[in-house]
Write a protein that binds this ligand. Structure first.
Ligand SMILES: [Zn+2]
Length: 165
């Protein structure tokens, strides 16, 4: 599987994420080229492209509203984009989580409009995507289910994810 991992693919994904300008939690969610909304739709589309190669790979969104959290002064919809690769036949209740956070911030966390390309955060997410691409393109069935997840809200110190099938 290591032969599948592509530096070009990792770099391309990270450049794409940085190209959204900012992925601040309160940034634009309607544009298709800038802001966290564009970024999460693109992440979902990447996972969906992998799902076309592997029927055991399912794409999900964990969407929730936050309204009174330190560092998030107005109601915001946060979305964790994730996919689950079902493991070998008979594997139940056993999960491995591969995660990265796709949000970003500039030097002032309350600034939701300035550029915050976040290539460092993006590199972790690129690794999540690349691992998912490698598993689905080789049809490898692991000994546990694997959750590939791109998390929101990390810059605001949110640490909780919810997951259910
Ligand atoms: Zn982050």
């Amino acid at each position: 599987m290591l032969k599948i991992i592509s530096p070009d693919s990792l770099r391309s994904d990270d450049y794409t994420l940085a190209g959204f300008g900012t992925r601040h939690t309160l940034s634009d969610t309607t544009s298709n080229t800038r802001g966290i909304g564009a970024a999460r739709r693109w992440l979902r589309s990447r996972f969906e492209s992998f799902a076309r190669n592997d029927p055991d790979f399912k794409v999900y969104e964990d969407r929730f509203v936050l309204s009174s959290v330190p560092l998030i002064p107005k109601p915001a919809v946060l979305v964790n984009v994730h996919a689950v690769l079902r493991g070998k036949e008979g594997v139940k209740g056993s999960y491995i989580v591969v995660s990265g956070h796709y949000d970003s911030m500039c030097t002032n966390i309350m600034n939701d409009t300035s550029d915050a390309t976040g290539a460092d955060d993006g590199s972790g997410v690129s690794l999540v995507l690349e691992a998912a691409r490698a598993f689905t393109s080789t049809h490898f069935k692991p000994d546990a289910n694997i959750i590939f997840i791109c998390l929101a809200g990390e810059e605001e110190c949110l640490k909780t994810i919810t997951y259910s099938e």
